[in-house]
Design a protein around this ligand. Structure first.
Ligand code: ASP
Ligand code: MG
Length: 423
């Protein structure tokens, strides 16, 4: 039997009981004959609490020291987990990201993994240990400083280690039973997906589904590492994310994989933009120069009488202030009339590779929203996704309406949320 990488999220190791429960699970995998590498997140809401603390000390937490602080969370859980495993009579050793060979670039707070050299992990495994690795952290190649990979980054650590160690599978243990057709916190009748392609999973992740991070799925696809998302609270089979369904899983590609929603974005409307070449370029150059990623863009037809048009775009709420300030500064140069900022929006997306070959999906989506009395403000599409922007206070109802309209509702309320404060 081969090597497995298991990742446990913060809600799975929220307290001593959780750590002991997880330790038993890990020992079971070892007893089944696997070599086991475990990646662990910080306990419960530890990371958020450390961030709160930092903000009390300084309003602008500095990159290097902020990373130094946050990585402490995972150090606590990794050491406790190793102790709990030893207490069950098995050998375990914990390693920081740096010790595990997770090498990153030097962009603090959102570093990218550029190499993994897991020599010490290999040695620990060969000596019969279970290796426990702190998630979410690495060491920068040039300065040898401690870095973090961005919120939720432990998943990426797990997949990166799985790739470097040529693992059979990367198991991601979380507080729900797998990937659902919608957020089970919103849709009680969401169904667990048995298998989903990397392609659809990537699209769900970038549309606001929080169960797996985009970067982690991207990494898994690049190295072709199957991911098994499952709960550490139940013994159930979860969701397999891979190129192809495994032979024993009798599943077909669904037409629609799921409905995702995202309330983390805001909308900026640039009002009264002269309808001439170079205007959009100037607006989005300003945004890009401030390192802000945008999502949807919509330009209206210009009013013939005025020769002016409006351009709206969405961006992370957290970048809203920065974007407005930057555009205001360029107002004279770009030559628009005013800016409108709206952070009471939500994005709802329908995802599924099957929509490429099934007509009527877009019509059905819009009809479901219309029947629910939900107004559409912006629309954008890709080959396998349709997204709309609506009012934020309508999002839950809209998601449920679309979920029902596409026949995704399960007969039972199988979507259980076992833990987590949703913070
Ligand atoms: N502890 C970090 C966070 O809360 C990393 C993780 O959980 O994956 O974002
Ligand atoms: Mg966490």
């Amino acid at each position: 039997m081969g090597l497995v990488v298991q990742k446990y999220g913060g809600s799975s190791v929220a307290d001593a009981e959780g750590i002991k429960r997880v330790a038993k699970r890990i020992v079971d995998a070892k007893k089944n004959g696997h070599q086991v590498v475990v990646v662990v997140s910080a306990m419960g809401d530890t990371t958020d609490e450390l961030i709160d603390l930092a903000e009390q000390v300084s309003p602008i937490p500095a990159g290097r020291e902020f990373d130094m602080l946050l990585t402490a969370g995972e150090r606590i859980s990794m050491a406790l987990l190793a102790m709990a495993i030893k207490n069950l009579g098995h050998e375990a050793q914990s390693f920081t990201g740096s010790q595990a060979g997770v090498i990153t670039d030097s962009v603090h707070n959102k570093a990218r993994i550029i190499d993994v050299t897991p020599g010490r992990i290999r040695t620990a495994l060969d000596e019969g240990n279970i290796a426990i690795v702190a998630g979410f952290q690495g060491v920068s190649q040039d300065k040898k400083d401690i870095t973090t990979l961005g919120r939720g980054g432990s998943d990426t650590t797990a997949v990166a280690l799985a790739a470097a160690l040529d693992a059979e599978v990367c198991e991601i243990y979380t507080d729900v039973d797998g990937v659902f057709t919608a957020d089970p916190r919103v849709v009680k009748k969401a169904r667990k997906i048995d298998w989903i392609s990397f392609e659809d999973m990537l699209e769900l992740a970038s549309s606001g589904s929080k169960v797996l991070l985009h970067r982690c799925v991207e990494y898994a696809r690049r190295y072709n590492i199957p991911i098994h998302v499952r709960s550490s609270f139940s013994g159930l089979q979860g969701t397999w994310v891979s190129n192809e369904p495994r032979g024993d899983l009798k599943v077909e590609q669904a037409i629609i994989s799921g409905v995702a929603h995202d309330t983390s974005e805001a909308k900026i409307t640039v009002v009264g933009v002269p309808d001439k070449p170079g205007e959009a370029a100037a607006i989005f150059r300003t945004i890009a120069d401030n390192e802000i990623n945008i999502d949807m863009v919509v330009q209206n037809v210009s009013a013939a009488s005025t020769g002016l048009t409006d351009i709206s775009f969405t961006l992370p709420k957290a970048e809203g202030r920065k974007a407005i300030d930057a555009l205001e500064k360029q107002k004279g140069l770009i030559g628009f009339e005013s800016l409108r900022y709206d952070d009471q929006i939500a994005k709802i997306s329908l995802v599924g590779a099957g929509m490429k070959t099934n007509p009527g999906v877009t019509a059905g989506f819009f009809q479901a929203l219309a029947d629910a009395g939900v107004n559409i403000e912006l629309i954008s599409t890709s080959e396998i996704r349709i997204s709309v922007v609506t009012r934020a206070d309508e999002v839950n109802e809209a998601v449920r309406a679309v979920h029902t309209a596409f026949g995704l509702d399960s007969d039972s309320d199988e979507a259980v949320v076992y833990g987590g404060t949703g913070r």
